[in-house]
Design a protein around this ligand. Structure first.
Ligand code: GLY
Length: 363
């Protein structure tokens, strides 16, 4: 019979064959450390400030998860990012419901919250689920009560802008209800903008009309330790209680400290069905580069997309999904279903946007 100790010894041997060195004090465990790597953080295109902050914290010796969370906190607290945290676009009822997951590579930790209301920084609550409970995922009122118990203020997350966009959406939903659009009103109603003028917020939309954004951020430090976080307000105008991929460990985020970290933005349902983050990490475990692993996982989404309402006239998905990945050696990449996406990276003192690899040109 193979004992856990035998198994761990055997896998530690495999690590050595890959040029890894055992961590002092953990002999007999598979925890292996690569020779020094150059710290790198990657994130979705809305994460330039986030990757910069993440690397800053890592360079100062901070923990990889604390670093990535400090990075995404900038976006969660930004009222002008309508896809994440405070100012995120609300659900059908005008209520902001947030999703987030975190994974800490060195301790194999995971925590998540879904449909969380009233807390600007769901990533911090997800980390508290990991640190202070023996659960992985808390949802809805339970997540909110947990956050309250941990000292988070419960606040109104709707900004004037996100409320105005929800009011506009509600008025345009049907011509058989009692809500008036500015064009219908003769009493001087103003201020609605067309969805088409919201620019970047539409980049991740899954039907070209409903905005859908998210931030995923992954990091590796000089020791080869990895962490990741994904946080979002999810699909705008969603059915209350809808949960996307972001708080689902293995879908919107996955980290294996022996291999790499990966996360996603875009249409969450498609990522969940193909266990996207885990798929990318497993591809990297098999030897693929981060970019190729992201592309391979996207091909799986294409295969799984058979619903006519999700296909364009050429039979391709009519929505966007993006993956971002980093491996234990500090190699990184990003890929999207369609050309034109970019991802943020911070490495070697340089923080920039890079073009994502892609499966299809846009028409
Ligand atoms: N990827 C974010 C969501 O679908 O909610």
């Amino acid at each position: 019979m193979t004992t856990r100790r035998d198994f761990l010894r055997a896998t530690a041997g495999a690590g050595a064959a890959l040029g890894m060195v055992p961590v002092k004090g953990l002999e007999g465990f598979p925890a292996v450390r690569l020779q020094r790597v150059t710290p790198v953080a990657v994130a979705s295109g809305n994460g330039l400030a986030a990757v910069s902050r993440t690397i800053e914290v890592v360079q100062q010796g901070g923990d990889t998860l604390d670093a990535a969370i400090q990075g995404v906190n900038i976006v969660e607290r930004d009222p002008d990012d309508t896809s994440v945290g405070y100012g995120g676009l609300p659900n059908l009822d005008g209520v902001v419901q947030l999703d987030s997951s975190v994974m800490h590579g060195p301790t194999r930790g995971a925590g998540a919250v879904a449909s969380l209301e009233g807390v600007k920084t769901p990533s911090l609550v997800a980390r508290d689920v990991m640190r202070y409970t023996n659960h992985v995922l808390l949802v809805g009122p339970g997540a909110k009560e947990f956050a309250r118990s941990m000292g988070y203020p419960i606040e109104n997350l709707l900004t004037e802008e996100s409320r105005r966009r929800w009011v506009e959406w509600r008025a345009r939903l049907s011509d058989r209800d009692d809500y008036l659009t500015p064009e219908q009103s003769i009493h001087g109603a103003t201020g609605f903008r067309s969805e088409a003028s919201y620019g970047d917020a539409l980049l991740d939309s899954h039907d070209g009309v409903r905005p859908q954004g998210t931030i995923n951020c992954n990091v590796v430090n000089a020791d080869g330790d990895l962490s990741g976080v994904t946080t979002t307000s999810g699909l705008a105008w969603k059915i209350p209680g809808r949960v996307g991929d972001s708080p689902i460990v293995g879908a919107g985020l996955y980290v294996d400290n022996d291999v790499g970290a990966a996360g996603s933005t875009g249409r969450g349902e498609s990522v969940i069905k193909t266990v996207g983050g885990h798929t990318v990490v497993e591809m990297m475990r098999g030897g693929m580069s981060p970019t190729d692993a992201c592309l391979e996982a996207l091909k799986r989404i294409v295969t799984f997309t058979v619903e006519p309402y999700l296909l364009d006239e050429e039979g391709r998905p009519n929505f966007g999904v993006n993956y971002y990945a980093i491996n234990k050696k500090g190699e990184f990449g990003g890929a999207a279903i369609f050309a034109g996406a970019r991802f943020a990276v911070s490495v070697d003192g340089d923080t920039r946007l890079e073009d994502s690899a892609y499966l299809f040109e846009r028409d």
